[in-house]
Design a protein around this ligand. Structure first.
Ligand code: CAA
Length: 391
């Protein structure tokens, strides 16, 4: 076991830290207020290669590993979680889907443009009637010659305002339910495809969240990713990697809230001394710091398993569950340390408190993570030992 980062991983982390400090910190509050991120800011992140972190160099990406990816995601979310959402969806939910399941032609068609950030990608699984029970989706796709005819609606789609292509999960064989789901790339310009309502959210406000509508949308059959009717496995495989990205986001939010708490507690004087001189503050900071460490270690362990090409379903869910609960606990305590000042928008801790909340909801709620972990643990137990005799 080696906890040392490689030079490459350190360089990726430091580049992201510098970008976040110089370019995001001055505007993070404004982006939150305006509920929008201008495309130019994404273009600056693209210049640094942040849209192609996991894409191999042969397709124009940085070709870095999942550990470097998580370090970059953490540093960005530490300053502006809303900005990071677009990057994490693009990198670990969509680009790697094309790498793992795409044909050679699809890789050369889309990956170079995704790697350069010329095109931004979004992931679309949820529907108004299908959230945690993702396999019950209804948005239908019928194969008609050389294209799929798609009808229905999708919801909770991050980056809906800026995305150029959408990885969409559709029901291609209604008789087979989740075993009749296919995965399609839908280009923004597809006839019959429209971007719907923008949601007004509690947190991560600089990231836009939209509905998608399909009315006889014609999607070329060559945009099918993976085998027909095997799309649900693509969706769940991608969520393993996606959940590691959200775990890194949660670690970043927790670290950012902690940074604010330390800075405030050092300068705020009450009863004639700084807050940091009270044991009540010191113990709070100790607990916060310990939990952030544990969340980061779980996240990097899952990332490291993914580097080895191993399935990391349980580890990804554990990292996401623990890190998201940590982000909420740490942001809560950081706000508490600010007292009344934590409750107003003048201090960034209020934004961290709101941003933390979503990490326990998207890419699978905490309840779904517990379900995934318990299923995996019981599967491992059953494989290790035959079922005990019933009493
Ligand atoms: N990797 C690969 N295959 C997997 C897998 C994984 N992690 N997990 C399951 N599978 C396979 C199973 O082996 C099964 O295969 P067979 O058909 O051959 O048997 C198939 O996939 C179906 O699996 P399940 O029977 O376990 O499926 P289920 O219907 O019981 O659902 C679930 C499982 C865990 C509840 C799943 O529906 C789930 O994760 N729900 C939460 C949905 C979610 O996370 N949504 C996030 C939306 S995206 C988002 O938020 C993005 C954003 O914008 C930020």
């Amino acid at each position: 076991m080696n906890f040392e980062l490689t030079d490459e991983q350190k360089m990726a982390r430091d580049t992201a830290r510098e970008f976040a400090r110089k370019r995001l910190a001055p505007v993070a509050q404004k982006l939150d207020e305006e509920e929008h991120t201008p495309r130019e800011l994404y273009a600056e992140a693209a210049e640094l290669g942040f849209f192609g972190i996991l894409i191999p160099e042969e397709y124009g990406g940085l070709g870095l590993d999942y550990v470097a990816y998580c370090l970059v995601m953490e540093e960005i979310a530490r300053v502006c979680a809303g900005f990071q959402v677009c990057l994490t969806v693009h990198n670990s939910l969509v680009s790697t889907a094309l790498l793992k399941f795409g044909t050679g032609e699809q890789k050369t068609r889309w990956l170079p443009k995704l790697a350069s950030g010329e095109r931004i990608a979004a992931y679309s699984l949820s529907e108004p009637g299908s959230g945690s029970d993702a396999g019950s989706l209804k948005c239908g796709a019928r194969l008609e010659g050389d294209h799929y005819r798609v009808n229905g609606a999708k919801t909770w789609v991050s980056s809906g305002d800026v995305a150029d292509l959408f990885l969409v999960f559709v029901l291609s064989d209604p008789a087979r339910n989740s075993r009749g789901v296919s995965c399609l790339v839908v280009e923004r310009s597809t006839p019959g495809f429209t971007i719907g309502k923008k949601e007004k959210k509690l947190g991560i406000r600089s990231s836009s969240t939209h509905e998608l509508h399909f009315a006889d949308a014609k999607v070329p059959a060559t945009n099918l990713v993976g085998a027909p009717n095997e799309g649900f496995k693509v969706a769940l495989t991608q969520l393993d990697g996606g959940r590691v990205g959200i775990a890194a986001q949660a670690v970043g939010i927790a670290q950012g809230a902690f940074d604010e708490a330390v800075s405030y507690a050092r300068q705020r004087q009450q009863f004639g001394k700084a807050l940091t001189e009270f044991q009540a503050t010191q113990f709070k900071l100790a607990d916060m710091s310990m939990k952030i460490d544990a969340a980061r270690l779980l996240t990097l362990r899952a990332a490291s398993l993914m580097n080895d090409g191993k399935r990391a379903t349980r580890e990804a869910s554990a990292a996401k569950l623990f890190a998201s609960e940590t982000a909420n606990q740490v942001a809560y305590q950081a706000l508490q340390l600010h007292g009344g000042n934590g409750y107003i928008r003048e201090f960034p801790v209020e934004r961290y408190f709101r941003d933390a909340r979503i990490t326990e909801i998207y890419e699978g709620t905490s309840e779904i993570q517990r379900l995934v972990i318990s299923r995996e643990v019981l599967k491992e137990a059953a494989e290790a030992a035959p079922a005990p005799a019933t009493r």
